[in-house]
Design a protein around this ligand. Structure first.
Ligand SMILES: [Zn+2]
Length: 677
């Protein structure tokens, strides 16, 4: 099946054109997406993107189809060529080219993969068989952690939220098989269907692959489910994980031993490469208490089955077809609603992205992100910063004392644009063309060792948490930095310099740069100071005023319903604040441009209309029903259409630009509209 029709996806940089206006009209990335039959005031998302959605149904192999996919498809095509060339290159063992070529070969060699069956797991399965007491059980938790398998112990080395200069070992809740704790308890249609399938079909299928007969498989599935449900019951909800103080509990190892006396923590950390740990930060102490209870409440046989299942589950997508197909059946179709598997080459390239993303990133930015583009967005960060400052100036609800601190924090937001200054060294990663699963295990160990090596060292602030080819961006509160990968600014089918400022400001300045900077000032980010430390800098009165405004946004989003689920206004609050902030701050930055001041229309659209449409372009796309339900339960982001319609309903300029009137579905009375930043 052809995945895309009629979309030219190659980004070509054309020379400057004589008639700029004409070029913009011809290259207009907005006009063909608009659904003129939709009323902007009733459903702006549909108005902005509806024609594209009609012409671009979700392909069978996908859970969603969006601008993200267009960028990703283009990237995969480029990567395919690079991988095929690397396979032919006969490159020296240990070189990046050898790793790329051999990894790809190992994933595509289905004859070998079928022949090997479950044998790549043999060593680990034998270790699980040999578990004979609590100590050997916990040792196996640590061992599995190093190859990326889910166990009840979650750990990583990261910045101390109260002292951003220091790397600390952090422990967090984990251990369950369904996407989050709510799947074990909620009773809406999607959740109940997923849970039933997991218990009745998916888990028994995995235990049969592991050599059990029907009855034994059913029994093991039941035991495993009960164990997971117990862990889920002691796990925090999505919204409760967003309170940074509540999820910060620093303690020495003796404190940790009080929570879980059955775990020898020192040995466990050493086994997972974390050496010389004397204190840790525990996210959810009650969870670790529950793990301790579970160690006696469930038998060693229960635990062994649970670990066998987690081991198989982790590597299922890379094993023989029968096993991989069951993994897809459950995670692809039941949870996400997809109809068929992605072609194998795409799956292998997606895994390769996890395994050696920064190797591929170096190739990506050379082609996609010339210096000129980098400069455009670096300048735009400063334009947004200036606009944000002017917004703080004008806030009528914030005192001068808090404003002073806000200015300081804003001035120190550090932008990383495009790609890292230093690339990660992959020389310690071993890739063998005959061993697909082992390659992925090696990669997990390589990453774990890299993470563990950070303990006791100064923080490396040049590091990136995303690859440049990622269509995403983030704010890291501990570094007070925004990280904006090159791919996020890509508009498929058009060169960056052929897009008018209105669209670029909506697409890049609002939905990306303004959004990420606002994260430093959302309900969670605002609790970190300019140095990235969790430390109060607000007067109590200003804090209260912020919260009452944020509560209005919680209420607004709680009111939106999709399928039979309500959006979780509290869990999505930080994202919704960032969306709204990005839109109003990006807009005032745009108002300073020549295009806005001249006010000329392009294809009948005013500059300000194009700004709002440019923002909506960032959310161009649609998802399957199952995927949206899953998103509402597990994701702190609202569904795409609400990331447009929700915040736009709060912005006065939007009402003016499109003539929205009382009675239109998106109308909110002026006194109920939310304004924070
Ligand atoms: Zn965000």
């Amino acid at each position: 099946m052809r995945l895309i029709t009629g979309v030219a996806m190659t980004v070509v940089l054309l020379g400057a054109c004589k008639d700029e206006q004409k070029t913009y009209e011809e290259n207009d990335v907005l006009i063909n997406n608009i659904d003129k039959s939709a009323k902007p005031g009733d459903d702006f998302f549909k108005y902005a993107n509806g024609a594209w959605l009609k012409k671009n149904p979700i392909p069978a192999a996908y859970s969603a189809w969006s601008i993200f996919n267009l960028v990703q498809e283009d990237l995969r095509n480029k990567m395919l060529k690079i991988n095929e060339e690397a396979m032919k290159a006969n490159a020296a063992k240990g070189s990046n080219t050898q790793k790329i070529g051999d990894f790809y070969y190992s994933g595509m060699d289905t004859v070998n993969i079928e022949k090997l069956g479950l044998s790549p797991l043999k060593g680990q399965l034998a270790k699980i068989d040999a578990i004979h007491d609590t100590k050997s059980l916990v040792d196996e938790f640590a061992d599995l952690l190093t190859i990326g398998v889910n166990t009840p112990i979650g750990a990583y080395a990261g910045q101390d939220e109260r002292n951003s200069e220091k790397i600390m070992l952090q422990l967090y809740q984990t251990g369950i098989g369904l996407p989050n704790r709510d799947y074990y308890f909620k009773n809406d249609e999607h959740t109940a269907a997923v849970r039933n399938d997991y218990q009745q079909k998916h888990l028994p299928a995995l235990f049969k692959f592991l050599g059990n007969n029907d009855d034994a498989a059913k029994k093991a599935a039941g035991q495993t489910y009960n164990l997971e449900k117990f862990l889920a019951d002691s796990s925090r909800t999505l919204e409760n994980l967003r309170d940074p103080y509540h999820n910060y509990n620093k303690m020495p190892l003796v404190g940790l031993s009080k929570l879980s006396p059955l775990v020898d923590w020192k040995t466990t950390f050493n086994n997972a490469y974390y050496e010389k740990v004397d204190s840790v930060i525990v996210g959810q102490p009650e969870y670790l208490r529950a793990v301790n209870t579970a160690l006696t409440k469930f038998s060693l046989d229960d635990w062994k089955n649970y670990l066998r299942k987690n081991l198989l589950e982790e590597f299922s997508p890379y094993l023989n077809k029968t096993v991989a197909d069951e993994n897809f059946r459950f995670y692809g179709t039941v949870i996400s609603g997809r109809k068929e598997q992605l072609p194998r080459w795409k799956r292998v390239l997606d895994i390769e992205e996890n395994v050696m993303g920064e190797v591929l990133g170096q190739i990506f930015v050379k082609e996609y992100f010339p210096e000129k583009t980098k400069k455009r967005y670096e300048d735009m960060v400063e334009a947004v910063r200036t606009s944000f400052k002017e917004h703080i100036d004008k806030l009528d609800w914030m005192s001068a004392a808090t404003k002073k601190r806000a200015y300081e924090k804003l001035a120190k937001v550090y932008p990383k644009v495009g790609y890292p200054d230093h690339w990660r060294d992959y020389s310690g990663l071993d890739i063998d063309k005959q061993k697909y699963v082992q390659n992925i295990m090696n990669s997990a160990k390589f990453d774990r060792k890299f993470n563990a090596s950070k303990l006791g060292k100064p923080v490396d602030r040049t590091e990136w948490g995303m690859t440049p080819q990622t269509y995403n961006a983030y704010y890291n509160p501990s570094n007070n930095e925004i990280v904006l990968p090159a791919a996020i600014f890509t508009v498929p089918g058009t060169a960056d310099d052929k897009i008018d400022d209105a669209v670029v400001y909506g697409y890049g300045a609002a939905s990306t740069i303004g959004h990420e900077i606002t994260h430093g000032f959302d309900d969670e980010g605002r609790q970190f100071d300019e140095k990235g430390n969790l430390k109060p800098w607000w007067t109590p009165q200003d804090s209260a005023k912020f919260t009452s405004r944020a509560d209005m946004l919680v209420k607004q989003f709680n009111g939106y319903q999709v399928n039979d689920l309500h959006v979780n206004g509290k869990a999505t609050l930080g994202e919704n604040i960032a969306d709204l902030g990005g839109i109003v701050i990006g807009l005032d930055a745009f108002k300073k441009t020549k295009q806005y001041k001249e006010g000329k229309t392009i294809n009948g659209l005013t500059p300000i209309q194009r700004y709002f449409l440019g923002y909506s372009l960032g959310w161009l796309g649609h998802s399957r029903k199952e995927t949206i339900s899953n998103q509402i339960l597990t994701d702190v982001h609202s569904p795409n259409f609400l990331r447009v319609n929700g915040p736009f309903s709060d912005v006065p300029e939007f009402y003016e630009a499109f003539g929205i009137k009382k009675g239109d579905k998106m109308w909110i009375d002026p006194d109920k509209r939310v304004k924070i930043w």
